[in-house]
Structure formats: structure tokens, C-alpha cells
Design a protein around this ligand. Structure first.
Ligand code: KQY
Length: 364
């Protein structure tokens, strides 16, 4: 497939909202023992549950390293496609392609540079060269041409769009020292506008407290539809998360989108703080240069990290009373989709959640 010397804007392509129709979903298979406890086995079961839940609504493709092909094939049901896609870890939201489409049935991939959430400044592991090739491989499998941005680092989890010209992101992530320190905020805006065909960028300040991605937006806020945003929320003023969520609420409520609409915000409750147990910590290989998983460390648990599928919402369960409240809020927000909860603690232990391990292919 071709690598295009142009941009989505010049070519009349746009990034659709996740709530628009999908052709299918990609997931990568977890295995690295310095991130996933017990050799990745509990995480593999959780990823299998997510894949099965999504496959009730749309086609799912799971990419695996060659040494895990047989195990993944055996664990996953037959209707889920398993293909070899070498990777360093399983966060396809971040290392995978972002897809753009046009009104004539065209689909293209954007292949951002991936540097493990901060490269040598504060990246989460080294090396990340296999991850950085995942987007190109997706574009080959999908038989679509791609735009490659060699000089711009971005992860898919750091952006959400409404499909109508508006993007939300966080300053904490996009202005972090490990991504594009050579670029000003204005230059980053221009690159995003040109490559995703946008008119308006709404900059939130920070993401979920202690999120190791430098505050990805996909853990704190999401477009339910144009003009409506779900925001992770706590009423506990003693929790450092309160100030972060309140600051973002103020920004969103005073913002207008690309079409001049005021943004309506719905608060999505957070679970009580989730921390790593001693057993969980001991199950992870401690490797210099990888993210430590220390007992007692607080994890960035948030129900906002849900996935929007065709006719379905797949959201994380943490075994907290708030699971039920979050499910009810999502049912109210998405009356035409079936809301399905999946136990996600094992995914959270690896530093992300359901949205982070999925990547949609829009229907062209
Ligand atoms: O938030 C996400 N989009 C991904 C989280 C990745 C964590 C890596 N350990």
C-alpha cells in the first residue's frame, strides 16, 4: 500500500467519532511479564473477555506475536480473527493506526510516531520499535494507504474527536517533554488540524491522577456524540482527582465546539481509589527501565475508558459499588446501545483499560 505525501485535510478525509459505524475492532495480545503479572495469563483471560464482548457487536481481529499465536488461537473463539502482528506490548489504541475516511467510501490510515509514552524522557519501556510498525501493518491488512508522520509523536488514546471538526486532548500529555518538545502548543494544534481535518481543539489540563500516560484524554473524557461529553468525576474534595476533574469541567462548560455548540457535560462517577496488592505486585517481573508495579501504588481507574462499538458499550468493572452507577449512567447516555460491563482489574494493572486496548476501523 502507498505512503502518501499529503494530509487528510488536503485530501478531504476526516477522523470519524468512535460512535460512528465501524467495520471492526483490533486488539493486541498481552504477554510481556514485566507489565502483566503471572506471565500475562490473567490479562490474556481479561483481553479474551473484552474481545468476546465486542464480537457480539462487530468483527474483532487480535494481533499476536508469533510465540503466542497458538495460545491466543486456542483461547479465543473461532469467530475472532487471530493474525501475527509483532508488538512490544498490547496497547493498540496508542501504537495502532488512526483511521480517516471521506464521503466517497475512501478509508486511510494515519501512522503517528510512537515512542512508548515519552521515549527516553519518561517512556514506559524500551525498545518500542515493533509497536511503531503496528499502524503500518494494520494499513496493509486493511488494504488502505497511509499517512506517516515521522516527526510527530502521538498516541490514539491522547485524542478524542466528535467527527464534526472538534478534538479534545490534554495539555499534560500533548505538551509533555517526552513527545514533541520542539513544537509549541500552536504548532501542535496546526499539525492535528491538518492531519485530522479539524477546526477546533479543546485543551483540557490534566488527565486522571497518576495516569502513567501523562494524562491521556481517553481515561478522563469522551464524546458521547457531538456536543455531549462524559467526564470522569468524584465529589470527594480531599481526593487530588477532584481539582483535576473540576478544572476540566470548567473548561468544557465554557467551550464551544467546531460548529459553535456549547458542550454539555455528563459526570461519570469514578470508583474508589484502586491500589496494587502485594500478590499482584509480586507477579510482575521487575526489570530496569520498565514501569515498576509496586504494592500500594494507586492505579488510574476510570469508567470513561470504555469502548463504543456498533450497538454496544463495553465498560470496565472494578468490583466497586460504583460499577452499577457507572453502568446506569452509560445506559442513560446510550439508549440505543447495549451496555456491557467486563471485569477489567487485570487490564488496569497493566496501566490502561478497555479503550486503550482497542482500535476501531471505521466503516468506509
Ligand atoms: O491510556 C491508554 N490509552 C494506554 C495506557 C497504556 C499504559 C501502558 N503501560
Amino acid at each position: 500500500m502507498k505512503t502518501l505525501d499529503s494530509t487528510a485535510k488536503k485530501d478531504g478525509y476526516r477522523m470519524p467519532g468512535e460512535f460512528e459505524e465501524h467495520k471492526g475492532t483490533y486488539i493486541l495480545w498481552p504477554q510481556r511479564p514485566d507489565n502483566w503479572r503471572n506471565g500475562g495469563k490473567p490479562a490474556q483471560r481479561a483481553f479474551t473477555d473484552v474481545a468476546k464482548a465486542i464480537s457480539e457487536f462487530e468483527h474483532v481481529t487480535v494481533g499476536v506475536n508469533d510465540d503466542q499465536y497458538e495460545n491466543a488461537r486456542n483461547m479465543l473463539p473461532d469467530d475472532i480473527e487471530v493474525v501475527e502482528i509483532s508488538n512490544d506490548d498490547s496497547w493498540i489504541r496508542d501504537c495502532g493506526a488512526t483511521f480517516v475516511k471521506n464521503d466517497q467510501g475512501g478509508l486511510r490510515a494515519i501512522d503517528w510516531t510512537f515512542n512508548s509514552w515519552g521515549g527516553l524522557v519518561d517512556g514506559l519501556y524500551f525498545p518500542w520499535d515493533k509497536d511503531d510498525k503496528v499502524a503500518q501493518k494494520m494499513s496493509e491488512i486493511e488494504r488502505v494507504d497511509r499517512y506517516r508522520l515521522d516527526d510527530f509523536v502521538l498516541e490514539g488514546g491522547s485524542i478524542h474527536v466528535d467527527g464534526e471538526g472538534t478534538l479534545i486532548t490534554t495539555e499534560e500529555c500533548l505538551l509533555s517533554a517526552g513527545r514533541n518538545p520542539q513544537l509549541s502548543k500552536g504548532q501542535i494544534e496546526e499539525i492535528l488540524k491538518e492531519n485530522l481535518n479539524l477546526k477546533k481543539i479543546i485543551w483540557l489540563k490534566r488527565g486522571i491522577y497518576l495516569d502513567e500516560t501523562n494524562g491521556h484524554v481517553d481515561n478522563i473524557a469522551n464524546f458521547v456524540k457531538p456536543g455531549l461529553v462524559a467526564l470522569a468525576w468524584t465529589d470527594d474534595k480531599n481526593d487530588p482527582q477532584y481539582e483535576i476533574s473540576k478544572e476540566n469541567l470548567d473548561i468544557l462548560e465554557s467551550a464551544t465546539d467546531a460548529r459553535g455548540r456549547k458542550i454539555q457535560v455528563v459526570k461519570l462517577v469514578l470508583p474508589k481509589p484502586v491500589t496494587i496488592t502485594s500478590t499482584e505486585s509480586k507477579g510482575v517481573d521487575a526489570i530496569n527501565g520498565s514501569q515498576p508495579r509496586t504494592e500500594g501504588e494507586r492505579l488510574a481507574a476510570s469508567y470513561v475508558n470504555y469502548y463504543t462499538a456498533n450497538g454496544g458499550i463495553i465498560f470496565p468493572l472494578f468490583g466497586d459499588p460504583a460499577d452499577k452507577i457507572a453502568g446506569q449512567t452509560l445506559e442513560n447516555l446510550y439508549p440505543n446501545r447495549k451496555v456491557v460491563g467486563v471485569s477489567a482489574r487485570e487490564i488496569l494493572l497493566g496501566g490502561g483499560n478497555i479503550h486503550c486496548i482497542t482500535q476501531q476501523i471505521p466503516k468506509a
